[in-house]
Design a protein around this ligand. Structure first.
Ligand code: 28F
Length: 634
């Protein structure tokens, strides 16, 4: 029987919904695809709130054929008694802003949502919404249309012994630029919620495609770390720590692998903090202190030697999840992506330092391995820095960097327009050098495969000639020293053959830029050139040459040809002469460029290693799902 501790009076009635329709951005951030999905998060978070309060352990989300969404839970059922205003409480909850004790009142709400935005905002921005509440043995149903106008009265559909809430809503096309839901986006979020709340079952069905997924994890964030390290090689079982400090609950799971990238994913009240914040600061300080103290105590570190946190975290994956009551919640900046609450730093630092110190003593071999790896990383970085300073000091003649034999530089030094083409192979490099506009286009031919930097230490990365030449040519240093202002080029364009080898080189270069020059991608400076796949020669009175970039384009051109044609499928850039390469792939007036933007850095962060695995199909899936290949508007 539903617990009736709740009474209808705790609903505080504020203003109506017309304000929401006028300025939706104020409530859901935007009315593009991101805002569209915020509607889903709000309803799902209400169901999660109910589960966190101890009612119901299963939430189901269905994407319907018409792109409406149905979410159902097994909670107590939304209250549907009589409200003092004379209306049914269900009507009040979904037609009045901030109606609901848990938002305006005692601040016990520690789960997600846009804090203060409720189901009523979703209603306001939907062309219709239906809410069914199973409670007190009956099925109560209410329907709204056109942004929240009630249709008829609350109906009793029948009897039931079950309890719970079902909400169906259809986003209003008059409000949103797109009303097309993205399965991957919703899947990622539901999976994340299941990782964060042990034993909560999240079910996702897509009626449009027939796809479905179910997520339930009895070991919560420990399984999240295992998931993030899917394509990596762990060197120990996931370590899990939990505790509380004053009113803040802390959970940490971490694991070291045999490569060098660092991944930290953090949450407050089950909502992602993509820009980190005080809880991550506390995590890093506890980790660094615990390893350094252990190193000194067991003579792995000389008295005066201190390990840098970056070196310790090379090869570490961690999930940090804290729960803070509403009254203590503070964020930095507007986006709520960065936690401010100072007490969260102290809480995570205190909980983790004690428990991790104990864990390190319990796992001596592992502790030693990690500390020795960190020492090697520190030394390698130091060597690399000395080598670079040395080179700079000696003003190493470019020849020694054999740049001159490689790089064809621009004749003008204009960082605002200059472009650097990274070209696969010497023959294509030759044609590119001939065909280019030397005023602002530089060419750097790459011989063979670029180093797989995902699996290489900083030391090995620097020793690789291709990589070192690129770092020197781009001129903005790399890693933590990277400075976008020093970058010599406005565009870095990867030009490879349109085959698997070319795709692999693209991915290796993208991995390098993502790992060591990420601001280049964030600033939208990395592009992929699109050489044509077909050359169609029309034999007529005068010979005409037309290029096609896809099979469909080629077929379309051929269908319009009424003269004899010869079709050549390009197998590589080297088959084009300099003029053709310029015309089809390098001339800003006629070329197509793909600008590389990684949709969700954090997700890419955790999955970019899939790119480096040996499973090419997973690599292609990842690229299709995560890298938006938008044709650059010239
Ligand atoms: C599919 C989305 O929205 N589930 C919800 C409840 C349960 C209660 C409730 C909701 C409390 C004071 C606002 C019932 N009985 N799933 C959902 N389940 N809201 S939303 O109460 C209304 C809030 O104001 C509920 C006793 N206490 C709370």
């Amino acid at each position: 029987m539903a617990n009736n501790t709740y009474n209808d009076e705790s609903i505080t009635v504020l203003e109506g919904l017309e304000h929401v329709r006028k300025r939706p951005g104020m409530y859901i951030g935007s009315t593009d695809e991101r805002g569209l999905h915020h509607l889903v998060w709000e309803i799902v978070d209400n169901a999660i709130d109910e589960a966190l309060s101890g009612y119901g352990r299963e939430i189901t989300l269905t994407i319907n054929h018409d792109n409406s969404i149905t979410v159902s839970d097994q909670g107590r059922g939304v209250p549907c008694g009589m409200h003092s205003t004379g209306k049914n409480t269900m009507e009040v909850i979904y037609t009045k802003l901030n109606a609901g004790g848990k938002f305006g009142g005692n601040g016990y709400k520690t789960s997600g949502g846009l804090h203060g935005v409720g189901g009523s905002v979703v209603n306001a921005l939907s062309s219709y919404m239906e809410v069914t509440s199973m409670r007190d043995g009956k099925i109560h149903k209410i329907r709204f249309e056109k942004g929240g106008s009630i249709i008829g009265k609350v109906e009793i559909l029948g009897e039931t012994r079950k309890t719970g809430t079902i909400v169906t809503f259809k986003p209003d096309p008059e409000v949103f630029s797109t009303t097309l839901y993205n399965y991957e986006t919703i899947k990622t979020r539901l999976r994340e919620s299941a990782f964060l709340i042990k034993n909560l079952k999240m079910i996702l069905n897509d009626k449009r495609s027939g796809k479905s997924d179910t997520f339930i994890y009895e070991n919560g964030i420990s399984e999240y770390v295992t998931f993030l390290d899917t394509a990596k090689r762990p060197i120990h079982p996931v370590a899990y720590f939990e505790g509380s400090y004053e009113s803040i609950e802390v959970e940490v799971a971490l694991q070291f692998v045999d490569t060098y990238s660092e991944t930290i994913v953090s949450f407050v009240n089950n909502v992602r903090t993509g820009d980190g914040g005080s809880h991550e600061t506390g995590f890093k300080s506890a980790l660094t202190r615990a390893f350094n103290d252990y190193g000194k105590k067991f003579n792995l570190l000389k008295r005066d030697m201190t390990l840098d946190g970056t070196d310790i975290r090379a090869g570490m994956t961690a999930v940090v999840s804290v729960r803070i009551t509403e009254n203590l919640l503070e964020f930095e900046g507007q986006t709520k992506g960065k936690l401010g609450t100072p007490l969260a730093k102290t809480a995570v630092d205190n909980v983790l330092y004690d428990k991790l110190s104990f864990y390190l003593i319990e796992n001596k071999n592992l502790s030693e391995t990690i500390i020795k790896k960190a020492i090697r990383e520190a030394e390698a970085r130091e060597e690399a820095r000395k080598a670079r300073n040395q080179a700079r000091l000696e003003k190493k003649d470019k020849k020694e960097m054999n740049l001159s034999t490689k790089l064809a530089p621009t004749s003008e030094k204009n960082k605002e327009i200059n472009e650097l083409y990274l070209v696969e192979g010497d023959s294509a490099g030759g044609s590119a050098k001939q065909g280019r506009d030397r005023r602002y286009q530089a060419i750097l031919p790459l011989r063979g495969k670029v180093l797989n930097t995902e699996r290489a230490s900083a030391d090995a990365v620097l020793k690789n000639e291709e990589i070192a030449t690129m770092i020197y040519t781009i001129g903005a240093d790399f890693g933590s020293g990277f400075d976008l202002k020093k970058c010599n080029y406005k565009k870095i364009i990867i030009m490879t053959d349109a085959d698997d080898d070319g795709a692999h080189i693209q991915v290796l270069l993208l991995t390098f830029f993502f790992r060591y020059m990420r601001p280049l991608i964030e600033d939208g400076r990395v592009y992929i050139a699109c050489p044509p796949l077909f050359k169609i020669t029309k034999r007529g009175k005068k010979e005409e040459i037309i290029y096609a970039w896809t099979n469909e384009e080629k077929e379309k051109i051929l269908s319009k040809c009424n003269v004899q044609t010869i079709v050549q499928r390009y197998k590589g850039l080297g088959e084009m002469d300099a003029t053709q390469l310029w015309e089809t792939t390098m001339n800003p007036e006629t070329r197509n460029l793909i600008q590389v933007k990684i949709d969700d850095l954090a997700d890419a962060e955790s999955e970019i290693d899939i790119l480096m695995g040996n499973d090419a199909t997973r690599r292609r899936d990842w690229l299709e799902n995560h890298v938006s290949f938008t044709l650059e508007e010239e």
